[in-house]
Design a protein. Structure first.
Length: 614
């Protein structure tokens, strides 16, 4: 129905404008417009005028006061993320807020200017915990600011924290807890309580977001339309496939990169993304949903006295599947966590498991959780006989495994490559194996399919300028993203110098992608390469030793503006490499350890020192 000038208070020009606008509005836009005009009315104290017929579904128009003012509802969303999960959630939250009309500023913590914190109207923090309770690299500067004397009093500033973590680690969600507590100490007021999320975080994160939206919307004036502050972080066209809806991708190649006689097995896996619209850049990760080892599943079912075909629920919707299939694909059975043991203790009539969880038994608990799985648990604590459906209900979903992408999509369109070392070891009298790595090594062939997704990682990207020199440090499978970097540079013709430090056990059997590095050295795509094969010399030599040997040149590269990239083991290698950089800055630059640490912190803030460590 159109608005007519004869039965409304509008002149002809206004009528024509309204009749052109109203049919184009979505239901959400009409609701928003109704609230917006109501806010004008409330601000001016005006009464509702006589409105004629309006377009279908639109609210009656209020009489407006020329002096009415509506204050925009502003929200600042900050995220700190090592692997990209918090980035993805922050973008999702931003869109939800913008759809409700909020004006949103979305920022990586390292990009946020902390001196603007006092001006923030509503602060939402999404942060993961890295290593042993540490902040992600791109959250360190903001974390340290909050805990410094420069941190301002926030005087009732509304805030809330979403924390991501892994309950198999002792300091679960510690960084999120630290942010939450510190913001409260500074005078902030929680919008909603902090949410601590395990690796299966979708439901918990969605509940926290809904609570945020509900609370922020209560009693607020209608906000202005947001300006789309998240656009700079958008990844372009979105694929329908994601972590929660993986793509069934065909395996094209699955090769062992190690030579005969090596005690290591490293798989080079090439996967087709054709038809998925999944996009990635060098530095991103490939997520793979693996299957548990059939032998372990069968032993577990036998130990519990269950029947393999018994139906069990695999989600909260009550969808059911045969027990063996569910344990193979849907549930994690190789990692023990304190929350899992707490729930399993309810099935233990002897109370021995409850005793392990008591205060004062932390060391014993930590020791027990290390390198044991669900089969150990049910055998050690005689849990046989618990109904399958009850026991399965306490298990967490199978998390995807992330691998640094070893290819450039410019060099291999519609493909993605991964470099995966098979993990096998013996512990507590049984052979143990990495869930995904051994599946790839033993049970996946060309032509098979794998459920995959792309994990975008803003924290590990090539420099914006192709002229910037780069130093890449990646022993073992840590070299994977640097294969992608050099493929990208070769395809784009980037001119910046490149230097690779690579290490493994033996030159003859463990030199991953040797032919490719040699070709790139010959063609000039790779400027320099230094290698360390730890078992080929009497004294073990690692990449950090090669860095120290080349300290003068390496320091000059840093002075020339080079960016440093480190990929691989976080627990030892990354710390040793960091210490080597501190030493080099002291030797060649005359910096004290404190000054060297500040130098590297500035490099991190400038995105010149990036790490993809695990």
């Amino acid at each position: 129905m159109e608005l007519h000038v004869t039965n409304s208070p509008f002149n002809q020009d206004q009528v024509e404008l309204l009749n052109r606008l109203m049919p184009t509005l979505t239901e959400t836009q009409r609701i928003w417009l109704s609230g917006y005009l109501s806010a004008f009315q409330g601000a001016s104290g005006a009464t509702t005028g006589t409105a004629g017929a309006v377009a279908p579904g639109a609210a009656p128009l209020a009489t407006l006061s020329a002096n009415a003012v509506v204050t925009p509802k502003e929200v600042t969303v900050l995220f700190g993320s090592q692997t990209g999960n918090c980035h993805g959630l922050a973008k999702k939250l931003t869109k939800k807020l913008e759809d409700q009309g909020f004006q949103v500023t979305l920022s990586l913590m390292s990009d946020f200017k902390p001196n603007g914190l006092k001006k923030v109207q509503n602060l939402l923090i999404l942060v993961s915990t890295h290593g042993e309770g540490d902040p992600p690299d791109n959250a360190i500067s903001f974390y340290e600011f909050l805990y410094s004397k420069r941190a301002p009093q926030l005087e009732g500033m509304p805030y809330s924290v979403l924390a991501l973590g892994d309950t198999s680690y002792e300091f679960f969600c510690q960084t999120g807890k630290d942010f939450d507590n510190r913001l409260e100490e500074l005078g902030g007021k929680r919008i909603v309580p902090r949410a601590d999320c395990d690796v299966d975080f979708d439901a918990s994160a969605a509940e926290w977001m809904n609570n945020i939206l509900s609370t922020l919307s209560e009693g607020s004036a209608a906000p202005v339309i947001a300006s789309g502050g998240s656009a700079a972080l958008d990844n372009g066209t979105e694929s329908e496939y994601s972590r929660t809806n993986p793509f069934q991708a065909e395996v094209l190649e699955n090769l062992n990169l190690n030579g005969r006689g090596s005690d290591r097995e490293t798989r080079h896996v090439e996967i087709s993304l054709e038809g998925s619209n999944l996009q990635y850049e060098p530095g991103d990760s490939l997520g793979i949903y693996p299957e548990n080892h059939p032998r372990l599943v069968d032993e577990f079912i036998e130990a519990m006295g269950w029947k393999a075909e018994e139906p069990v629920a695999i989600n909260k919707n009550g969808e059911k599947q045969a027990l063996r299939e569910a344990l193979l694909r849907h549930f994690e059975i190789t990692v023990l966590t304190k929350p899992l043991l707490t729930q399993a203790a309810l099935f233990d009539s002897s109370n021995r498991l409850k005793e392990l969880l008591e205060a004062g038994q932390e060391l014993e608990l930590r020791t027990y959780l290390n390198e044991r799985d669900l089969l150990d648990l049910v055998q050690d604590y005689s849990l046989k006989g618990v109904p399958a459906n009850e026991f399965v209900s306490i298990l967490r979903k199978m998390p995807g495994r992330l691998y640094s992408i070893a290819s450039s999509s410019k060099a291999f369109p519609d493909e993605v490559h991964a470099t995966v070392r098979a993990v096998r070891y013996e512990a507590h009298g049984r052979e143990r194996y990495g869930v995904c790595s051994v599946q790839l090594a033993e049970r996946v062939q060309a032509g098979d399919t794998l459920p995959v997704y792309i994990q975008h990682n803003l924290n590990f990207k090539l420099p914006e300028s192709s002229d910037t020199p780069i130093i890449m440090i990646g022993p073992g499978t840590g070299v994977a993203p640097f294969r992608a970097f050099l493929q990208e540079k070769e395809e784009t013709g980037a001119s910046g110098k490149t230097w690779l430090f690579y290490g493994d056990q033996h030159f003859s059997t463990d030199f991953l992608y040797q032919v490719e590095w040699q070709r790139w050295l010959k063609d000039g795509v790779l400027t320099r390469m230094d290698v360390a094969f730890s078992r080929d010399t009497d004294k073990k030599v690692y990449v950090q030793h090669r860095m120290l040997e080349k300290s003068k040149d390496l320091y000059q590269w840093l002075q020339d503006g080079a960016s440093v990239y480190v990929c691989g083991d976080e627990k030892k290698m990354a710390h040793d490499v960091h210490a080597a950089l501190v030493t080099i800055l002291g030797l060649e630059g005359g910096l004290s350890p404190e000054e060297a640490a500040e130098y590297l912190t500035r490099m991190q803030q400038q995105k010149r020192y990036q790490r993809d460590v695990y």
